[in-house]
Write a protein that binds this ligand. Structure first.
Ligand SMILES: [Zn+2]
Length: 124
């Protein structure tokens, strides 16, 4: 799971966007779940600002991670099909985009012919 990013400024915690790193919430507005995650007492998945939420593009860093994760799963690794390995790798690298793609014409889990859609979507 990609975890939420926290930042500390002169003792005050803040939750940052996992896409562009801007502060999206100050600690005084945190929910119990967010507070626990900041203290390391719980898990919180990656959070995004509104702008990043509407973007489909993977960052350069995420492409590198996706490629590494893909290699681990494809033949020689866990022997997954290419499309299956891509979707599983995306789940690990960017769950938000995985969930957005899942079940659409860009979901290549069961259909190798959709890998091209998958790649085009994530490059938009
Ligand atoms: Zn952002």
């Amino acid at each position: 799971m990609t975890k939420a990013i926290f930042k500390f400024n002169s003792g005050h915690g803040a939750l940052c966007c996992s896409g562009c790193n801007i502060i999206i919430k100050e600690a005084y507005r945190f929910s119990d779940e967010e507070m626990a995650a900041m203290k390391g007492e719980g898990e919180l998945e990656a959070q995004y600002c509104e702008e990043c939420m509407n973007k489909n593009k993977l960052t350069d860093k995420e492409w590198v991670e996706l490629t590494k994760e893909w290699c681990k799963r494809y033949k020689g690794g866990k022997h997954q099909r290419a499309g299956q390995a891509y979707m599983n790798a995306l789940f690990k690298v960017n769950k938000r985009l995985h969930d957005k793609i899942s079940g659409t014409e860009n979901d290549c889990f069961y259909d190798e012919n959709k890998i091209i859609n998958f790649i085009r979507f994530l490059n938009k």
